[in-house]
Write a protein that binds this ligand. Structure first.
Ligand SMILES: [Zn+2]
Length: 333
């Protein structure tokens, strides 16, 4: 397979579903971001991911589920576009709630702004990585946006771990865990249907956000992500990938290769720019992201720029030093 194939060319209309494999239905919910939709899945009596917790999304859910009985809600990861209606759906149907421990606990921590999950803590990491303070100032004061999008979250869950077999729609789906985008991102692969629910770990037209955040400011999430991505090569080449954004596709191995070279290109650009120069992540934003960035996009861009620099630093391909101004700068040795 040399390129990606999209067997379902049309997106589902709002409030409608499309069957993408026997018993597996695709629906799409609107998002108020540059990324304007999220894909969710219904497998028999199980919902996988839930959309943001607003009235518009809930009205669409009411329409889709009007004649359905739901017994379980599964969450791939804690991000608000996935987690927003988990509690609402669980309460509405008396359903069980299944996810990984990392995602479950992170959702609660972010909702509560605890454990360093605050905008201020993130901006402090960005400042230390060279984001100009004028720019940081436009990004503060938004309150807890996560809690606004995830107004409630279940108080108990059923834990899924690596290798678990989750029965959905009469088939077994094998759980495998990925890192780098979220702490313990859940993907589910069904051998009988040759389908994988990929969440945000393998997207067809955009690259998954991989960011350094405030609770692990010295982390190397890009190494974790690239290692996790390789697991998609263990699945059949023609597996139908159900991603959280964009259309279902075949060509997982090709896509893994494309994403690897996408990051390799970023690495090469950074190494080139840092030859004989010492620059911060903030200095390098324009090099990595050529389009103008609004406050929301700058959050992700800064996190990603730091992640790329950390990857190269921990791989021994860059040196770094903390300036008298408290800003970390990197150089190619
Ligand atoms: Zn996500």
């Amino acid at each position: 397979m040399a390129s990606l194939a999209y067997p379902h060319p049309d997106m589902p209309a709002p409030g409608e579903t499309i069957e993408v494999a026997p018993g597996v239905r695709w629906l799409s919910m609107p998002l108020p971001f540059a990324l304007d939709h999220i894909n969710l899945w219904i497998v028999d009596d199980t919902i996988v991911d839930t959309g943001i917790g607003d009235e518009k999304t809930r009205a669409l859910w009411e329409k889709i589920l009007s004649h359905k009985q739901i017994k379980r809600v599964v969450l791939t990861h804690y991000h608000p576009d996935h987690a927003g209606n988990a509690a609402w759906l669980v309460q509405k149907f008396g359903a069980e709630f299944w996810t990984t421990q990392g995602e479950y606990l992170t959702a609660h921590a972010v909702r509560a702004s605890s454990a360093g999950y605050t905008t201020e803590a993130v901006l402090e990491v960005f400042r230390k990585n060279g984001l100009p303070s004028e720019r940081a100032a436009t990004m503060g004061g938004r309150g807890n946006r996560y809690a606004a999008l995830v107004p409630d979250f279940p108080l108990s869950y059923r834990r899924i771990i690596e290798g678990d077999r989750v029965k959905m729609g009469g088939h077994e789906w094998r759980a495998f865990i990925g890192h780098g985008h979220a702490p313990e991102h859940l993907s589910l692969y069904c051998e009988a249907l040759n389908v994988v629910i990929a969440g945000d770990m393998l997207l067809s037209t955009i690259s998954t956000n991989v960011s350094v955040w405030s609770i692990d400011p010295e982390g190397d999430p890009l190494r974790l992500f690239l290692e996790s991505l390789k697991r998609y090569r263990e699945l059949p080449e023609d597996v139908l990938v159900l991603p959280s954004h964009g259309k279902p596709f075949r060509g997982a191995h090709v896509r893994v290769g494309e994403l690897e070279s996408h990051h390799e290109k970023h690495f090469a650009k950074l190494l080139e720019a840092l030859k004989g120069k010492s620059l911060s992540a903030g200095d390098l934003l324009g090099l990595l992201f050529r389009r103008p960035l609004d406050a929301h996009q700058t959050f992700f861009a800064m996190g990603e720029a730091i992640a790329h620099l950390h990857y190269l630093y921990y791989a021994g391909r860059l040196t770094r030093s903390n300036g008298a101004d408290g800003i970390m700068r990197y150089a190619a040795s």
